[in-house]
Write a protein that binds this ligand. Structure first.
Ligand SMILES: [Fe+2]
Length: 358
């Protein structure tokens, strides 16, 4: 709709587009036509206190009493998290008993798989998923879960989703063969120490080569979970498709999980920061898989209260698939619904942090 304004800058609706030039009362051009009146522009023009005459177009702000859409994220009961932690602790403490290692991983994997297999339109709620904040084998449950959701979103078969869950649970099992003083070093690793760490995918592959429960594809996924499609990964520096589907899926979710996990020498990134960092390294990932990953994760789940860079507070209403950092929100003060992925008046607005998570 359009509106003729004969008044002051303060009468311009936020987000409108000027259809005519705006002049000061002395005839000086203040603002050309086709300018988007976002908060920055309105603030700059607010210096001018005289009268203006302009025609603007704008969409009626959508305001509503609607409540946030249901949050369809993978959730685990606290009892399951505790069981998964304890169970992984015991099986990883005795990795030389390959049969109990794989049967333990399968037991947890079946449970994760059944939750994911039963659900439709699943999202990974990045702020809620974590089973453990510690960077140990416990984080493997998060990796297995995210790998399963991503594989399902990619349309993979049930068998594949099942197998990638278990590969995710076991992906770092080779770390048990690395000296504890290197694994647990409370500081950055030297290049020599890092070379030792880089052998863990090979140790994992070898450990599991004796297991009849683990297929060669699953072992390859574990061997290749640190490979990058641009050839910069390890242990073999494989390129593109040579990494295989499971390795490519695990590498995306493992990088994400490493970024949001606290280490003794670095703070954990927030989900939003982690996604931004992953955008800068997207040449290392299978692009189609990375896009799918972005479509199944949400950094700010429905119902959570967030703080915007403008200082306003908002409630997250629903997700925009593929734009995990830019959901549809409702401004707390005005009740206005804003789609952060498409509203021109909010292009420069970002979500800074949570006020309250659900
Ligand atoms: Fe690893």
């Amino acid at each position: 709709m359009t509106k003729e304004i004969d008044g002051f800058i303060s009468d311009l609706p936020k987000g409108c587009i000027t259809e005519t030039d705006i002049y000061t009362d002395r005839g000086v051009l203040l603002c050309p036509k086709m300018t988007i009146m976002d908060s920055k522009m309105l603030e700059a023009l607010s210096q001018y206190k005289g009268r203006i005459h302009v025609i603007v177009s704008y969409t009626q702000p959508e305001t509503t009493d609607e409540t946030p859409e249901e949050d369809k994220s993978v959730t685990f009961e606290d009892s399951f998290k505790k069981y998964a932690e304890e169970s992984l602790t015991s099986i990883f403490n005795n990795v030389d008993d390959v049969d109990s290692l794989t049967s333990g991983a399968k037991e947890i994997g079946e449970e994760v798989f059944s939750i994911i297999d039963d659900s439709k339109d699943l999202f990974i709620n990045l702020s809620k998923l974590k089973v453990s904040d510690e960077y140990t084998y416990k984080h493997s449950v998060d990796v297995g879960t995210m790998a399963a959701v991503l594989a399902k979103a990619l349309g993979e078969s049930k068998d594949f989703v099942h197998d990638v869950t278990i590969s995710g649970l076991l992906h770092d099992v080779g770390k048990e063969k690395i000296p504890a003083e290197v694994i647990n070093k409370p500081a950055r690793l030297t290049p020599e120490e890092f070379d030792i760490i880089k052998t863990h995918p090979v140790h994992g592959y070898r450990l599991l080569s004796e297991s009849k429960d683990i297929t060669e594809d699953m072992r390859q996924g574990i061997l290749n979970h640190h490979e990058n499609v641009d050839g910069t990964g390890y242990p073999r520096g494989l390129l593109g498709d040579r990494i295989g589907k499971m390795g490519q899926i695990l590498s995306i979710v493992d990088v994400y999980d490493a970024l949001v996990t606290k280490r003794s020498y670095k703070e954990a990134k927030t989900p939003g920061q982690a996604i931004e960092i992953m955008f800068t390294m997207s040449n290392k990932f299978n692009m189609d898989y990375f896009k799918s990953f972005l479509s199944v994760i949400n950094a700010f789940p429905n119902g959570s209260e967030v703080l915007l860079s403008s200082g306003e507070k908002a409630i997250v209403m629903r997700q925009n698939k593929s734009y995990p950092l830019r959901p549809v929100i409702k401004l707390v003060n005005t009740g206005q619904i804003v789609n952060l992925a498409s509203d021109p008046a909010f292009l420069s607005t970002v979500i800074m942090n949570f006020v309250n998570t659900i």
